[in-house]
Write a protein that binds this ligand. Structure first.
Ligand code: SF4
Length: 86
């Protein structure tokens, strides 16, 4: 390989590494900024589902929040992430 080709290849490797590092940093920051899931993602609803409701879920945080899902949560609501308290 000529010296010129070696230099160009090395620059491409450095550029590709830099782009990958930036993409990784952005993804990490986005994950940290949005720790909770949107209500639409977990199909949250304001009513119980077959007797299952938020205040019976391990993720429930009284009086109106959830460890996993954003926004105010109704104690009588439900979502697909429901996990019953032991
Ligand atoms: S059912 Fe869903 S929204 Fe309700 S407390 Fe559990 S995880 Fe949160």
């Amino acid at each position: 390989m000529s010296k010129e080709k070696t230099v160009i290849t090395s620059r491409r490797i450095v550029m590709a590494s830099g782009i990958a590092a930036v993409a990784g940093a952005v993804a990490t920051r986005a994950a940290r900024a949005d720790d909770k899931l949107a209500q639409t993602v977990v199909q949250y609803q304001e009513t119980p589902n077959d007797g299952k409701k938020c205040d019976d879920c391990v993720n429930w945080v009284a009086p109106n929040a959830c460890k996993l899902v954003t926004g105010p949560i109704n104690p009588n609501g439900w979502c697909v992430a429901f996990a019953p308290k032991a």
